[in-house]
Design a protein around this ligand. Structure first.
Ligand SMILES: Cc1cc2nc3c(=O)[nH]c(=O)nc-3n(C[C@H](O)[C@H](O)[C@H](O)COP(=O)(O)OP(=O)(O)OC[C@H]3O[C@@H](n4cnc5c(N)ncnc54)[C@H](O)[C@@H]3O)c2cc1C
Length: 383
């Protein structure tokens, strides 16, 4: 498999690097976390670049580039300092779902607005008793006045309360069918009557806000169904490989960023008149992490290429999601170790990396689930 970048892709990487140097160098993480907002200046610049439309066809206002290029973009943005995971990644994952499963009308209506920065997207499928086992969701949608009335509660919805946000929301539409069969996905504008958001106090993921979503008689027209009625399971899962390959690229970029900052710390911190980076125990560990970051790059590129080629990619993607997320988590820990007391202060980036690194092995399919899938790809059934 050939992972070498074309001349255009090399130039694209340089362009992303330059973008981050210019736009992301003085992001005030603490302020964004406190207010639960996004870095609007950077988001506007991403729109101006056309990057919200990178992989969408020209007919919707996109740039029509390859899926692999979106991986390069996410890797480069997170490596360069765009605050992880940001509205960009969350919106991209949901807009790609819309592109896969939406009707032509929905695509024509929503995608150009996403690309122009007029709409954002988020997902609300998790409920207090339906996380990894998402098919257990109990939020209900019943037919009413030519549409559906939705009642229930969602939890851990990243960025759901944004003003011009479309929530990709799961609900049970036929309780008589087996669990996976009676579900439907709806496109629900965040300002629809009957929706209430409550911001959650969380360890990380404070940028853009993490929310509980309460739905009381929330009415949406039937045209807002994404995919078909009672086909929600397929709509949620038919893009898992694409989504997890993209998420892996984001973890890769985040891992590179944490690693580069660790290098910076050990090259500049002197203890007993000796650079921290000359202590053998540190050198050994850093060299190991450097190797792992390169391995993460290859395993992620393998996923992106396989998905780009339209192949199943189950083994490739479960392994890259597992490997990259676990690497981010370990780098988050190591950053705290090498920074010593200074990493413990809330004004240090290292504590932010540490906090953000704690969710990556849980969200988008936990490490346990990725191991189960990777095992099944080898013909090993977990019972
Ligand atoms: C910061 C954050 C942001 C999130 N953003 C969103 C969002 O935007 N939209 C959304 O809908 N959801 C979101 N989630 C929810 C996230 O997807 C769930 O937390 C995740 O699916 C796990 O579900 P759970 O928390 O209920 O844990 P549980 O499902 O209760 O899992 C608990 C533990 O059991 C393990 N486990 C579960 N099932 C198995 C199994 N079959 N085999 C082995 N081990 C298993 C898990 O790996 C985990 O370690 C977010 C969560 C967090 C914390």
């Amino acid at each position: 498999m050939d992972f070498s970048l074309s001349k255009e892709q090399e130039n694209f990487e340089k362009e992303i690097e330059e973008f981050c140097r210019k736009e992301c160098s003085d992001v005030d993480i603490a302020q964004l976390e406190e207010t639960g907002t996004n870095p609007e200046d950077i988001e506007r610049k991403l729109v101006e670049k056309g990057w919200y439309g990178l992989v969408f066809p020209v007919e919707y206002g996109g740039l029509g580039q390859r899926f692999f290029d979106l991986g390069l973009l996410l890797e480069g943005l997170f490596r360069g300092g765009y605050p992880y995971p940001g509205r960009f990644q969350i919106t991209m994952l949901n807009a790609m779902n819309l592109f896969r499963n939406g009707s032509e009308e929905q695509k024509k209506e929503i995608l150009p607005k996403v690309i122009q920065g007029e709409l954002t997207m988020s997902i609300s499928v998790t409920e207090p008793n339906a996380g990894s086992d998402i098919a257990s969701m109990i939020t209900k949608a019943i037919p009413k006045d030519g549409g559906f009335s939705i009642n229930g509660q969602k939890v851990y919805s990243s960025g759901a309360a944004g003003e011009n946000n479309i929530i990709v929301l799961g609900a049970r539409t036929d309780p008589t069918k087996p669990r996976h069969k009676g579900l439907t996905i709806f496109l629900v504008p965040s300002r629809t009557k009957g929706i209430e958001f409550r911001r959650l106090e969380s360890l990380g993921r404070r940028i853009g806000g993490l929310y509980e979503v309460f739905l009381e008689d929330v009415w949406v027209p039937k045209e807002n169904i994404l995919g078909a009625l009672n086909n929600g399971w397929s709509v949620m899962t038919n893009g898992f490989n694409e989504e997890r390959a993209i998420v892996s690229a984001g973890y890769l970029g985040f891992a590179e960023r944490i690693f580069n900052d660790i290098l910076q710390i050990i090259r500049t911190r002197s203890i007993n008149n000796k650079m921290l980076g000359s202590y053998p125990s540190i050198v050994q560990k850093v060299a190991e992490f450097a190797t792992e970051v390169q391995a993460a790059k290859l395993i992620t590129y393998r996923s992106l290429v396989t998905v780009d080629e339209g192949k199943p990619a189950i083994e490739e993607v479960s392994q890259s999601k597992l490997y990259c997320s676990e690497l981010v988590k370990r780098l988050g820990d190591f950053g705290m170790e090498v920074a010593g007391g200074s990493g413990y202060l809330m004004n240090s980036m290292v504590q932010w990396y540490f906090r953000e690194s704690k969710i990556v092995t849980i969200g988008a399919g936990s490490s346990q689930i990725m191991r189960t899938i990777a095992g099944a790809a080898l013909g090993l059934k977990s019972k």
